[in-house]
Ligand binder design. Structure first.
Ligand SMILES: CC(C)(COP(=O)(O)OP(=O)(O)OC[C@H]1O[C@@H](n2cnc3c(N)ncnc32)[C@H](O)[C@@H]1OP(=O)(O)O)[C@@H](O)C(=O)NCCC(=O)NCCS
Length: 161
């Protein structure tokens, strides 16, 4: 049976735009559905008001189907989280969100971006690999995506510009 997002997709493509504090509740809900450890609405709102956080969203009609959050520090940035609704995965949306966010970061003079990802998180690893990220380190006993309980995290990095 087609799920809601698949049915919505048949009516059009998601639209990407900047995310802000008004999206906190929807982003927290999608984050909670995608990761083992969630963020509350107010924690999410605090992130979204932080001027160093660069957030993008994908809307299908009025429904949030994807987001990415990064945080800048000097000329580097860290990907805090990226998720696409389960029914919308595998259609290039994660890649579009990441590409948009990296373009915004480059426009803010960020020179390099890094992140931690569970070593068994194949979809995320595929996404980052396709987008030019390279492994620069490893961290043991990491709790991240719900498929990667207590696994090893890989530290990935990509230069911009
Ligand atoms: C990781 C995630 C954001 C990817 O989003 P997505 O919209 O499905 O990704 P895309 O469709 O843009 O795919 C990007 C690339 O990754 C590959 N990919 C995506 N899902 C894959 C899977 N399940 N297995 C293998 N490769 C996969 C695609 O083939 C694509 O490469 P290609 O275009 O060269 O074929 C999504 O799976 C997700 O939300 N996962 C849960 C949250 C999470 O783990 N976030 C990352 C934390 S670090």
């Amino acid at each position: 049976m087609m799920d809601l997002v698949s049915r919505l997709f048949s009516r059009g493509q998601p639209v990407l735009s900047d995310a802000g504090p008004a999206d906190a509740e929807a982003i927290a809900a999608l984050h909670a559905a995608s990761f083992r450890r969630g963020w509350s609405d107010s924690e999410m709102e605090q992130l979204l008001v932080d001027p160093n956080v660069v957030a993008d969203r994908a809307l299908l009609g009025r429904d949030l189907v994807g987001f990415i959050l990064t945080r800048r520090a000097a000329d580097e940035a860290e990907i805090l989280s990226i998720a696409v609704d389960k029914g919308a995965r595998g259609r290039g949306l994660g890649r579009k969100l990441l590409r948009r966010n990296l373009q915004r970061l480059a426009g803010l003079d960020v020179r390099a971006v890094f992140l931690e990802v569970g070593a068994e998180n194949a979809p995320a690893l595929a996404l980052y690999d396709r987008m030019g990220f390279e492994e620069v380190g490893k961290r043991e006993r990491y709790y991240g995506h719900d498929l990667t309980l207590d696994s090893t995290a890989l530290v990935l990095r990509r230069e911009l510009g």
